[in-house]
Design a protein around this ligand. Structure first.
Ligand SMILES: [Zn+2]
Length: 229
């Protein structure tokens, strides 16, 4: 065979392989796109589906693991206190620590960046998230508020959309059932500042830096948009 025939054949074969490759790849990408689920999420979904502790509520995964670090019942559910965890490790780690017997800190729900919720207590239980606090005219906010911990540090990065959406999913029925007014949805920092102003003599009540005013406003805005408040 002549040399130019070989060259033509080689070029043709390379062209066909390239075009086929691009085509097959585009089909693959198009098939993957609509689900919006990565390989890791797919694996996570499979693991959670086989685990009775997990269930899906609306869009997000929920794990109920009730902590012993609480007082059963007695919560008047008149407000919501927002926190960020600012903790190293995963949201699951934070939830597990709050469930550890004898631990002095807990809350009602820890919300991970992907919207996953670790529910640690019933709304009617008193958890230990507020410490020295004052909301409206009352001290001891633990006794009448729900504690929400967003995983992450809002001084470094804002809340994710999934976190806000998941918080709304969690809060909507509670706010409706207990008729919680918008002014009683506050941050940890707000109720600590109010306490410090009322009781300046208590040197143990350190100033509390927690979820930022900007992120607090985002949550409030989302709650209004969803017609929860
Ligand atoms: Zn806090």
């Amino acid at each position: 065979m002549k040399k130019w025939v070989w060259i033509l054949m080689s070029v043709t074969v390379i062209a066909v392989i390239t075009i086929a490759g691009v085509y097959i790849n585009s089909i693959y990408i198009n098939r993957r796109k609509p689900t919006g689920i990565s390989g890791n999420e797919l694996l996570l979904n499979m693991i959670r589906q086989g685990d009775p502790r997990w269930y899906k509520s609306g869009k997000y995964w929920v794990r109920e693991q009730y902590t012993e670090n609480l007082y059963f019942n007695g919560n008047e559910v008149k407000g919501v206190v927002l926190h960020h965890t600012a903790a190293a490790g995963s949201a699951e780690d934070v939830a597990n620590v709050m469930c550890r017997p004898g631990h002095k800190v807990s809350c009602h729900v820890v919300i991970d960046k992907d919207g996953t919720r670790y529910v640690l207590a019933e709304p009617t239980d008193i958890t230990w998230h507020a410490g020295y606090s004052k909301l409206g005219n009352r001290f001891k906010a633990n006794e009448f508020t729900i504690g929400i911990e967003f995983h992450g540090n809002t001084l470094e990065a804002p809340l994710t959309e999934a976190q806000i959406e998941s918080a709304i999913e969690y809060l909507k029925p509670i706010i409706k059932q207990y008729k919680i007014p918008a002014e009683n949805i506050v941050t940890h920092q707000m109720i600590r500042d109010a306490y410090r102003e009322a009781v300046p003599s208590n040197k143990k009540a350190w100033p509390k830096v927690d979820i930022t005013p900007e992120e607090y406003e985002r949550v409030l805005k989302a709650l209004k948009e969803a017609e929860v408040i």
